[in-house]
Write a protein that binds this ligand. Structure first.
Ligand SMILES: C[S@@+](CC[C@H](N)C(=O)[O-])C[C@H]1O[C@@H](n2cnc3c(N)ncnc32)[C@H](O)[C@@H]1O
Length: 196
């Protein structure tokens, strides 16, 4: 079965667009079937982008699980000299992020498949609306893989719905040796802040 987290979504292409409207940014983004939330910017994503402090203005930043790119493009617009890596396992999503970054003139966004990011790059910030629906073990494996690439002093912000397990994820992160705190709580969403 094809999911939004399939490498190659089997569903026929059905192009569309959504508006990303934030206090500091207004972008029209191309979307398509077979990627996450193609009809509107996800509420959790919007809450993350309205809540977190600005990222470091330079260095390497990461949007983990970029979809069509709302988080990566916002990071790039708020961090004028940073390189923003946008990774996903879904190749249609990676391609949409590339197109959306080009259209917005944000050429510092680097969309890549999650297995193709160069070794040795570490991140001063990671922002993510992580794919909870891939299952607990896959989620834990994904977070272990990418949080270990936080640079010294780096911070990750994750948005997770309470009913999809934000509290147990926070506990699990603590058990793995991360400092995980609740940065904010809005509607049914929690923003977790993760540091070494
Ligand atoms: C909840 S969606 C968020 C998408 C986008 N950031 C947004 O806010 O609209 C999570 C994304 O993570 C991707 N994903 C799933 N497993 C992944 C993995 N192991 N590594 C990287 N990305 C993954 C999915 O394909 C999906 O695009």
């Amino acid at each position: 079965m094809a999911h939004y987290f399939s490498e190659r979504p089997g569903t026929a292409s059905r192009p569309g667009s959504v508006d990303l409207v934030l206090p500091d940014l207004h972008l029209r983004l191309e979307t398509d079937s077979g990627v996450f939330s193609p009809e509107r910017v996800d509420l959790g994503t919007r809450i993350l982008l309205e809540t977190v402090p600005p990222p470091p203005g330079e260095g390497d930043l990461l949007d983990l699980g970029c979809g069509y790119g709302p988080i990566a493009l916002t990071m790039a617009s708020r961090a004028p000299r940073a390189t923003v890596w946008a990774v996903d396992v879904n190749r249609r999503a990676v391609e949409l992020t590339a197109r959306n970054a080009r259209a917005a003139g944000l050429d510092r966004v680097r969309p890549v498949h999650a297995d193709e990011l160069p070794d040795g790059v570490t991140f001063r910030a990671i922002w993510s609306n992580p794919a909870i629906r891939i299952g607990k073990q896959a989620l834990h494996d994904m977070l272990t893989r990418w949080l270990s690439r936080l640079a010294p002093g780096g911070v990750a912000y994750l948005v997770v719905q309470k009913h999809l397990g934000s509290d147990s994820l926070q506990r699990w992160l603590g058990e793995q040796g991360w400092q995980a705190s609740r940065e904010a709580s809005r509607a049914a969403y929690r923003i977790l802040k993760v540091e070494r």
